[in-house]
Write a protein that binds this ligand. Structure first.
Ligand SMILES: Nc1ncnc2c1ncn2[C@@H]1O[C@H](COP(=O)(O)OP(=O)(O)OP(=O)(O)O)[C@@H](O)[C@H]1O
Ligand SMILES: [Mn+2]
Length: 269
């Protein structure tokens, strides 16, 4: 046991900050007089933490969750390059069951925090679109895998860089993503070709859009096809964010400024 205890002591030695992921109140209180910066990362600030980073998605992938927390804390000036951080998180459902030590550096920065907080679209809109894409990835359309492409934010410009493949079923309607009925409609229409265009505030502007962004210089992982390429490229050509569900590998990916910033397996949610 001694070596295990030593290892744990090493893990947390001389850290500059502790990140507590979704702590209970009593657990959080124990850190009050610790003498190091404590940052709570959670969906809500139920524990009234002084320094708090809001998690918009549960991020089942612990690396993504930690990246989100660290990038958020960096953005708020709580952490800086070179800092040593102890992250206390739950990997299984058993409360705070893991301690992970991370050195803050550029390598950890994927833009995952930026994706939600510095997009033109409201963070809740990005989250709602993610949720639709994740659900669609879990269930498919009538049991069959489907793909879908959502371009969120800067809708006017996105419309200018695209053309209709057919009649727009959302023409003149004023419906918003996040509304349960609308989410059912989006899933129905995922059989249609092309992209959904969603405004900054979450209004569904169009379905059936064929995107025609300039794709030169867009560098996305090899093996991804036209849906992903056009979805990535439009985010360089406009101020939008794309959320893409792949029909072939079932993953949900997000692109911003022409780059892949997040990859989620819906089966893990
Ligand atoms: N430029 C585009 N704009 C909008 N939608 C597109 C565009 N190109 C392709 N798509 C849509 O993507 C669908 C799949 O195309 P493709 O297989 O080349 O993409 P992919 O990136 O491999 O995606 P998947 O992993 O889902 O197969 C097409 O049927 C079409 O609906
Ligand atoms: Mn394909």
């Amino acid at each position: 046991m001694a070596s295990l205890t030593d290892h744990l002591a090493d893990l947390v030695a001389d850290v500059d900050a502790t990140l507590l992921f979704s702590p209970t109140s009593s657990f959080h209180e124990r850190f009050a007089d610790d003498g190091v910066e404590v940052v709570v990362v959670a969906p809500d600030n139920d524990v009234d933490a002084e320094t708090f980073v809001e998690l918009p998605l549960p991020f089942d992938n612990v690396k993504d969750r930690i990246r989100f927390g660290i990038e958020g804390a960096m953005d708020e000036g709580l952490l800086a390059e070179g800092d040593e951080v102890a992250c206390v998180a739950s990997v299984f459902d058993g409360g705070s069951d893991a301690v992970i030590r991370v050195t803050v550096d550029e390598g950890i920065h994927t833009g995952i925090y930026d994706l939600f907080t510095n997009s033109r679209a409201e963070p809740s809109v990005i989250r709602d679109v993610f949720e639709v894409a994740i659900e669609l990835g879990q269930k498919g359309q009538k049991g069959k895998p489907v793909g879908a492409l959502f371009v969120v934010g800067d809708a006017g410009k996105v419309m200018n860089k695209s053309r209709p493949l057919s009649y727009n079923p959302f023409e003149k309607s004023h419906v918003h993503v996040g509304d349960p009925i609308v989410n059912v409609m989006l899933k129905e229409f995922s059989r249609l070709d092309g992209a959904f265009v969603v405004s900054d505030s979450g209004k569904i502007v169009s379905a059936y859009r064929y995107l025609e962004p300039a794709a030169e210089g867009v560098d996305i992982p090899k093996g991804l096809g036209a849906r992903h390429m056009s979805g990535a490229a439009i985010t360089r050509d406009t101020n939008s964010t794309s959320i893409v569900l792949s029909e072939s590998d079932g993953l949900v990916r997000a692109f911003k400024a022409g780059e892949l910033v997040l990859e989620i397996d819906p089966e893990e949610y």
